[in-house]
Design a protein around this ligand. Structure first.
Ligand code: BJW
Length: 228
């Protein structure tokens, strides 16, 4: 990659699909089985916390049985070997990038394996169900919720992401439909600031037209080829 020093990589559900983790909008995806408004908004949690906690308990349990795939491993290899700045901004709440060995990972939509106490505002590592309202290890209140970003909430670390986009020479988007903002807008921001842009996705996404180059195929095939 000539003249490229700073890289921002955005990943979405498609990068974990071949590890057996459901995507949201594909055929048979999570939003076909659950209404977004029922499980992924603060209003849903206020209205029916049991339903929301059950949905996340099920997914938290499932991801712990899954393993990183060739795409996660290739990105981890790039992270280890790349001398310049590199940031993997993932929309995924699973920990497969980290388990593959990647270190420069930012979870803009939160993490399944953290619980957030809405009483004392502390995040704690969490692998167990939340449905039965366990107490917060920090303050003892039964006020834990999954540490994920729902519709209408502010994604995490946006300043750091925009700083990285401003400095990027290359922006790569992998396995995301381009349906959810602000992530869907990153390609235009990176492009406007002069970065080259590449999309790797199973099919054309809602944002394909904005990329300089778009390759279609499975992440486990496309990502190792791109990295190597
Ligand atoms: C493969 C593959 C394989 C399959 N290989 N590829 C501007 C315009 C309109 C609306 C808005 C706007 N700005 C904000 C909004 C509102 C809203 C929004 O975007 N709504 C849209 C529906 C229009 N956004 C928000 O509310 C966000 N907050 C916000 O904007 O705050 C204000 C703000 C203002 C200004 C600056 C900053 C902030 C919050 C969004 C939170 C999203 N939360 C979720 C749930 C997280 C917790 C959980 O996991 O349950 O995040 S929703 C869900 O969608 C999840 C994902 O991270 C996210 C993106 O999905 P993703 O990853 O793209 O998955 P899919 O399924 O859509 O696509 C998978 C792709 O992979 C497909 O293309 C497949 O083809 C492909 N694929 N197999 C390669 N093997």
């Amino acid at each position: 990659m000539k003249n490229i020093r700073n890289i921002v990589i955005l990943t979405g559900a498609g990068v974990s699909a071949e590890s057996g983790i459901d995507t949201f909008r594909s055929e048979g995806g999570l939003w076909e089985q659950h209404r977004v408004e029922d499980v992924a908004t603060p209003e849903a949690f206020a209205r029916d916390p049991d339903l929301v906690l059950r949905f996340y308990d099920m997914r938290r349990e499932a991801i712990q049985t899954k393993e990183p795939n060739a795409a996660h491993h290739a990105l981890a290899r790039l992270d280890t070997e790349w001398d310049g700045d590199l940031l993997i901004v993932t929309q995924n709440v699973d920990d497969l990038h980290e388990r593959a060995g990647a270190r420069r990972v930012l979870h803009m939509h939160g993490e399944h394996l953290l619980a957030w106490c809405t009483a004392c505002d502390v995040r704690s590592p969490w692998a167990e169900p939340l449905l039965h309202r366990p107490p917060c290890p920090e303050c003892g209140e039964a006020a834990l919720r999954p540490d994920v970003v729902w519709f209408g909430e502010m994604p995490y670390q946006m300043e750091r992401i925009y700083d990285a986009l401003r400095a990027a020479d290359l922006f790569v988007s992998i396995g995301t439909s381009g349906a959810v903002y602000p992530a869907a807008g990153f390609v235009r921001q990176a492009r406007d600031l002069g970065a080259a842009t590449l999309e790797l996705n199973l099919e054309r996404s809602q944002g394909t037209l904005w990329f300089d180059e778009a390759r279609q195929g499975a992440a486990t095939k496309l990502v190792p080829v791109w990295v190597d």
